[in-house]
Ligand binder design. Structure first.
Ligand SMILES: *[C@@H]1O[C@H](CO)[C@@H](O)[C@H](O)[C@H]1NC(C)=O
Ligand SMILES: *[C@@H]1O[C@H](CO)[C@@H](O)[C@H](O)[C@H]1NC(C)=O
Ligand SMILES: *[C@@H]1O[C@H](CO)[C@@H](O)[C@H](O)[C@H]1NC(C)=O
Ligand SMILES: *[C@@H]1O[C@H](CO)[C@@H](O)[C@H](O)[C@H]1NC(C)=O
Ligand SMILES: *[C@@H]1O[C@H](CO)[C@@H](O)[C@H](O)[C@H]1NC(C)=O
Ligand SMILES: *[C@@H]1O[C@H](CO)[C@@H](O)[C@H](O)[C@H]1NC(C)=O
Length: 789
């Protein structure tokens, strides 16, 4: 990231930043003479019901300052001078957690641990944005047309989507406010850009760096949330970007770009710094403010791949406070697939999003000398090279076109060079090296692990990226003849690929590590080759046209997440009283389980994606708007559930803060299988090999309606539903039922079986995935770690 441009300082330096500036100066001087740089950032969790007493302290920060002062001498000294400028306090949290972030020595932390009010001190931690690290290109075309959905929901008008990310580019055409109304009166946030940069589309933009600045060089006060990179602009414009008509992909695919909720407002909270990461305590501070400022939806394309306890993870902690206040939270599942148990952001109050391909391809075929034509993709598709057969050659080194010494004009000049991906150079770099050597074209064979999914780039020369299996056909042809030839045939942007969606290899897989009894990821959205706004495209090899220069293609669960955030905003606009759980239920129970050709949605390797890969399926926004029934939950419903996970009272109280403290001793715990979740996970791993799962559905469709249970499971399972008919007389009426799951015959010892429970009425099909595992995914005792406190 380029250093912040001093010309972009805010005209009005907000009060809070001014205070922190003062605080930082104090710390700088104090640290200089008082210690030898031993202070580190910690997040300190305070035991509930220890709370600040309004009679003793003027605000929560002075109370936190006094707790700090009780353990560190220097803090006391500063406290006497100016409690508001408590030098060691980084953040004083009000909503998301009972606690604060501070600069402390190890000794001070040990001292603190003896205090009654102390629960836990956590050393600083860095989270990551969930984009795959693929080189990028420029492009622009239309998003899927959800015209009918937008009509009914007015495109998310009046809904505020809070995006935590790495920054945003104001003035981008995706953030044009033409036709946007002012934000609703409840909005209390602010935009730190100048007044011409903020508008009725981009209503909030702030940067949170008080913790990060201690860790990373180059983050200087004050920071404006401007992104020279692409992530935050891309995710924000995917969620709620305005219509940007009339652009194209290097001459192909004329179309209109827009976000999922084009009339929603965007509030950007910068918590990540490109190539550095996102600091946990900054994330927590942004969530603390976002829930207070009045966002309706939070879009979190970031996380920690080693997802931790809900009691100590900022996204779980802040997410809980958010849903308690009615804010829907959509979070990236991570890009650590296809290995199992890699999914992040797995708290049951979050929507955890997986990533799949869309139906759009940028087709660049290879026509072999024997007449066979094989499809690949590329984003650079010049029109003027067509119709010429050229020699097809392999690279003379290891085949990866990574050794520039052998890519000489005499070997590659005028030829089409076939390269295996996975060498020392990226495919963009290979293309640049080949162009240097005078090659006429390039065929890149994708690594086998990525299966059927191609992530096309804007190459420096005419090229086609093909799958591994297509690559083997090309190699076999080349082996079969002494003079292999080929031709590149560019077909441009093609919509309606019937073999889509396909879940990407990178998309993190379940089971959930923290709650194996809840199916995670929840749902899949478009997350491969997503075109959205950026300040400027990265890795550009060919000069862009002016509009295309503002769009880029990225892949990751980071890209799938804002699709779901935007769709949730649209549902919320249509159903303002629905809880976040009801919106989540609507998304999950209406998701598509088949691709466009009617086959089960496939994973990258071509086999059907199981529930741990795809969750309930691929989001279907139109159906989600009218789910018929929902599985409702309120924030307090998660408390007996957390007791069931054997979290300690102190941990539960830090999660549910600012709700009043609770004790698990006083309430019956809820087992994971019985949480009123819109999917069902059951373990048939022990006697008596039969499980009852209880659920309650709420009627949000036609007042008088009858739903009949229909179960689709493999022959090795018996699943019965009691009662099997639900008769509703009015809207919002709730009815309970029990699902009894048992094996047919002797149960297997391992593996999973899966199916669907469908509540069917003449208007609606309300589907819940059923995942049965014959063995626990993780040892039962894994949660006993919580008992240590
Ligand atoms: C406001 O900010 C935008 C974007 O950073 C910049 O282009 C413009 O020059 C600024 N205007 C003023 C008056 O500072
Ligand atoms: C790739 O890099 C490694 C390590 O630098 C080197 O040993 C190898 O020769 C390189 N391969 C090619 C094809 O250049
Ligand atoms: C092509 O020939 C090479 C060298 O004989 C061999 O290693 C390779 O497996 C062959 N590839 C295919 C796809 O037949
Ligand atoms: C879900 O439960 C909450 C709290 O009881 C209630 O306000 C809401 O109306 C219920 N239904 C939906 C669809 O959110
Ligand atoms: C399971 O539910 C069924 C139907 O409600 C009931 O008859 C049965 O007794 C229950 N079994 C257990 C073990 O709770
Ligand atoms: C759970 O039990 C297994 C095997 O008995 C043991 O290896 C593991 O360390 C235990 N885990 C915890 C968190 O106690």
């Amino acid at each position: 990231m380029d250093p912040p441009n001093p010309m972009r300082l805010p005209v009005l330096l907000p009060i809070r930043i001014a205070v922190f500036l003062l605080a930082s100066l104090l710390v700088t001087t104090a640290v200089a003479h008082h210690d030898l740089g031993l202070h580190k950032n910690y997040l300190i969790i305070v035991r509930t019901p220890y709370e600040y007493d309004r009679n003793l302290f003027k605000d929560v920060s002075s109370w936190h300052a006094s707790l700090l002062a009780s353990v560190c001498d220097m803090a006391e000294e500063e406290l006497d001078k100016d409690p508001s400028a408590m030098a060691r306090l980084i953040y004083s949290y009000r909503h998301v957690v009972n606690g604060f972030a501070a600069r402390l020595t190890e000794e001070e932390v040990r001292d603190m641990a003896t205090r009654d009010w102390f629960v836990k001190a956590m050393p600083e931690k860095t989270y990551r944005l969930m984009t795959t690290h693929t080189p990028q290109m420029l492009a622009l075309t239309s998003e899927a047309s959800h015209g009918g959905l937008w009509k009914r929901s007015n495109m998310g008008e009046g809904i505020i989507i809070g995006v935590l990310d790495d920054g945003i580019r104001p003035g981008h055409p995706s953030f044009d406010a033409t036709g946007m109304k002012p934000p609703p009166a409840k909005w209390k946030g602010r935009c730190d850009f100048n007044s011409s940069a903020c508008n009725n589309k981009l209503i909030g933009a702030r940067s949170f760096y008080e913790s990060a600045k201690w860790k990373w060089q180059g983050i200087d006060d004050p920071v404006l949330p401007v992104s020279e990179g692409s992530h935050g602009t891309h995710t924000a414009s995917t969620a709620a970007g305005a219509f940007v008509p009339g652009a194209n992909v290097m001459g192909n695919g004329l179309g209109t770009a827009s976000g999922m909720a084009p009339r929603a407002h965007i509030a950007l909270y910068q918590v990540c710094f490109e190539d550095k990461g996102c600091d946990r305590d900054d994330i927590l501070a942004a969530l603390d403010d976002a829930v207070e400022e009045g966002v309706d939806v939070l879009s979190l394309s970031l996380g920690d791949d080693e997802a931790g306890d809900f009691a100590y993870d900022p996204i779980a902690l802040g997410g809980y406070t958010a849903i308690m206040k009615g804010v829907f939270v959509s979070a990236a599942g991570g890009n650590m697939g296809p290995d199992p148990a890699t999914v992040a952001n797995e708290a049951p109050w979050l929507l955890t999003v997986a990533a799949a391909t869309t139906d759009r391809r940028f087709v660049a075929s290879v026509k072999l000398g024997n007449g066979v034509e094989l499809d690949g993709e590329s984003l650079f598709q010049p029109k003027d090279i067509l119709g010429v057969h050229r020699p097809l050659v392999r690279d003379l080194s290891d085949g990866t076109c990574s050794d520039e010494k052998v890519l000489t004009p005499e070997h590659v000049g005028g030829k089409i060079v076939v390269c295996d991906a996975g060498g020392n150079l990226t495919s963009l770099e290979m293309g640049a090296a080949l162009r240097e050597g005078g090659a006429a074209g390039m065929v890149v064979i994708t690594v086998e692990e990525l299966g059927s999914v191609i992530q096309p780039k804007a190459h420096a020369l005419p090229a086609s990226q093909v799958t591994y299996s297509t690559g083997q056909k090309i190699r076999a042809y080349m082996n079969s003849t002494n003079n292999p030839t080929g031709e590149l045939v560019f077909k441009g942007t093609m919509l309606g690929n019937r073999d889509s969606p396909v879940v990407a290899a990178f998309s993190s897989r379940g089971p959930s590590k923290q709650n194996q009894g809840i199916l995670k990821p929840d749902i899949t959205g478009p997350g491969v080759n997503i075109i959205a706004g950026v300040p400027k495209p990265a890795g550009l090899m060919t000069p862009p046209n002016p509009l295309a220069a503002k769009f880029d293609i990225l892949s990751g669960t980071s890209m799938a997440t804002p699709h779901l955030s935007g769709i949730a905003a649209v549902i919320k606009r249509a159903h303002p009283t629905w809880t976040p759980a009801a919106i989540k239920s609507a998304l999950i129970t209406t998701a598509d389980t088949t691709d466009r050709s009617g086959k089960p949605i496939a994973a990258h390797n071509g086999s059907p994606a199981n529930l741990l890969t795809v969750g309930a399926g691929f989001v279907n926004p139109m159906k989600a708007l009218r789910p018929g029934l929902v599985y409702n939950l309120t924030a307090t419903d998660y408390i007996p559930y957390l007791c069931g996970l054997r979290y300690s009272d102190a941990e539960i109280n830090s999660i549910i803060h600012p709700l009043p403290p609770v004790s698990c001793a006083g309430m019956p715990a809820v087992e994971q299988k019985d949480l009123n979740y819109p999917s069902i996970t059951a373990f048939l791993d022990q006697e008596p090999y039969v499980l009852n799962v209880s659920r309650v559905v709420t009627n949000v469709g036609r007042a008088k309606s009858v739903y009949v249970a229909k179960v689709e499971v493999p022959g090795e399972l018996s699943v019965t539903v009691t009662p099997d008919t639900l008769r509703f007389k009015k809207v919002n009426q709730a009815k309970g039922f029990t699902v009894t799951i048992r094996p047919v015959g002797a149960p297997r010892k391992k593996g999973i079986a899966q199916g669907q429970l469908k509540w069917v009425s003449p208007e609606n099909v309300v589907s819940s995935p059923i995942l049965v595992s014959f063995k626990k995914f993780v040892q039962d005792n894994s949660t006993t770690a919580h008992l240590k406190h």
